[in-house]
Design a protein around this ligand. Structure first.
Ligand SMILES: C[S@@+](CC[C@H](N)C(=O)[O-])C[C@H]1O[C@@H](n2cnc3c(N)ncnc32)[C@H](O)[C@@H]1O
Length: 270
């Protein structure tokens, strides 16, 4: 029996995600994707920025900001202020270090904290932003509610995320999520529903799954053809094999249209 699996969560907690991003797997993601750790890199950041109408005057909150690559990209390109929030100390420290090195601390700052309980006052951000990270968050409804709390009335939420796009067996669902340490993935319509229930007007939702599948192949080719020797040298053959087989499973699921990626733009109703 196959169906879109809803209402089920794997037992991953924030500590499990922190462990991943404190360790070699976090480094591996940067080796694969660059310091903007999301599908499509800087090109995708530019697309989201245009859709979110980012200008010099915008104050952006990047939820799950990781190394701060997108935060610095936005500050450099638009001269806007960006606040980043991430729960992993290593990511937070590295983001701060790179921002100091780039001399962008007058525009970009970071907080260490959980997106489900944000250390920010109510109604202060023009744009709440996220790229390919909310799949790690254990309660997407609460996350969207927190985003709504900190956003100004009439402000914008703009994000991309990895999603489930078709039916699959429970076994496959478990294997895909487990490899990534995702408690669960939302669907394209699931996020739309959450946004509407939380008082947002959805302006745009886009299924980017074909592009996602194409990128999964590119990442697996890079892993095999470029990164293999240095992963084995600096870490181990076991890590390379685990990454290769997990990524292979995702490539297959993406090719079969079972997993993908979406983009949502919505406005907080006045
Ligand atoms: C894929 S990376 C994010 C990439 C980043 N958005 C970018 O485009 O460069 C995932 C990040 O989410 C963070 N994270 C996961 N769950 C979190 C939570 N509940 N609160 C805050 N950060 C979280 C992790 O620490 C990790 O740094």
């Amino acid at each position: 029996m196959s169906e879109i699996i809803k209402g089920r969560k794997l037992g991953f907690k924030l500590e499990d995600v922190q462990e991943v991003y404190e360790g070699p797997v976090g480094v591996l993601w940067e080796m694969l994707m660059g310091e903007e750790i999301h599908v499509g890199g800087p090109v995708e950041t530019d697309i989201l920025a245009e859709k979110a109408n980012i200008t010099k005057k915008t104050h952006v909150l990047d939820i799950c900001s990781a190394l701060g690559g997108p935060a610095r990209h936005l500050a450099r390109k638009f001269g806007c202020r960006v606040s980043g929030l991430d729960a992993t100390k290593k990511m937070f420290e590295e983001a701060k270090k790179r921002t100091e090195q780039e001399d962008l601390t007058h525009l970009v700052s970071y907080e260490l904290g959980n997106s489900l309980d944000m250390p920010f006052e109510t109604g202060i951000f023009d744009v709440v932003w996220g790229q390919d990270a909310w799949c790690y968050v254990t309660d997407k409804k609460k996350l969207i509610a927190e985003a709504s709390r900190v956003i100004k009335s009439g402000g914008t939420i703009a994000f991309t995320d990895w999603i489930q796009t078709d039916t699959m067996s429970e076994k496959e669902w478990e294997a895909l999520n487990e490899f990534m340490v995702f408690p669960y993935m939302e669907t394209l319509d699931g996020y739309e529903k959450l946004l509407e229930e939380t008082g947002f007007e959805v302006i745009e939702k886009e299924d980017l799954s074909e592009d996602f599948a194409r990128h999964c192949h590119l990442y697996q080719d890079k892993l095999r053809n470029e990164l293999k020797p240095s992963i084995i040298e600096h870490y181990s053959n076991e890590l390379f094999e685990a990454a290769d087989s997990g990524l292979g499973m995702w490539v297959a699921a993406a090719d079969q249209g079972k997993v993908g990626r979406g983009r949502w733009i919505a406005k907080k109703k006045k």
